[in-house]
Design a protein around this ligand. Structure first.
Ligand code: UDP
Ligand code: MG
Length: 215
């Protein structure tokens, strides 16, 4: 039986993490003949995220967590999750339900039946993001595209499911300051895109400010 690893970076997500688990678990259970694991990465949260994760892992043997000693950032959390994953397929999801769990089934189909190596969610619209952030993000992608000649379209985020071959290729990249969106594009592989409408986070606050995005 195939196994899916669901990798979830979490930083101060106490308000939403239980709901994320419940809704995502429901969707993954609908996919027939699939074993799965959740790998939550607590990225040095200062709220009760880690306590909630510990409880989830105690209650559900499919749940695992990694606890960082401080906040290292989402890039480090994604890398740690991929490195610990044991699935034939891996999907990276935000904890705030901005990545719709209903897309897991069509993503899995794209990989297991349609011959793709990767299936990414392509976000349409930026409702809920501030005007300035939207403007700066669009400008960033325009510049980075020109400079690198790689397709890192605005909207092609970290929400994607990959097969083990692609995951291993990503793990072989020993960049220290990782920019995963660039690495996804750099390693290549056949990718299918599924569009989804942007939704606001289900609860809690965004972890980015202009300074951290600039960095
Ligand atoms: N995140 C993280 N470490 C950080 C910042 C964010 O693990 O230092 C996680 C966060 O908990 C969430 C995901 O990365 O699961 C995306 O963060 P957020 O929703 O704040 O970003 P946005 O959707 O506003 O771009
Ligand atoms: Mg978010």
């Amino acid at each position: 039986m195939n196994k899916l690893s669901i990798i979830v970076p979490c930083y101060n997500e106490e308000e939403v993490i239980s709901r994320f688990y419940k809704e995502t678990n429901e969707e993954v259970l609908k996919i027939p003949d699939l074993d799965y694991e959740f790998i939550f990465i607590d990225d040095g949260s200062k709220d009760h995220t880690l306590d909630i994760l510990r409880l989830l892992c105690y209650q559900d043997k499919n749940c695992h967590y990694i606890s960082f000693s401080r906040n290292f950032g989402k890039e480090a959390a994604m890398y740690a999750g991929l490195k610990q994953s044991s699935g034939d397929y891996c999907v990276i999801m935000d904890a705030d339900l901005q990545h719709p769990p209903a897309l897991l089934a069509p993503m899995y189909r794209a990989l297991s039946q349609e011959g793709y190596d990767c299936c990414g969610g392509k976000r349409i619209g930026r409702d809920g993001d501030g005007t300035l952030r939207g403007l700066l993000s669009r400008s960033f992608y325009r510049v980075i595209q020109k400079l690198t000649h790689m397709n890192m379209g605005d909207g092609n985020g970290d929400f994607r499911m990959m097969n083990r071959t692609m995951v291993n290729a990503i793990l072989q990249m020993k960049e220290y300051n990782r920019y995963t969106k660039g690495i996804f594009s750099f390693v290549g592989f056949e990718t299918k895109w599924i569009e989804f409408q942007n939704v606001q986070r289900a609860a809690g606050k965004t972890k980015w400010n202009l300074g951290s995005l600039f960095s």
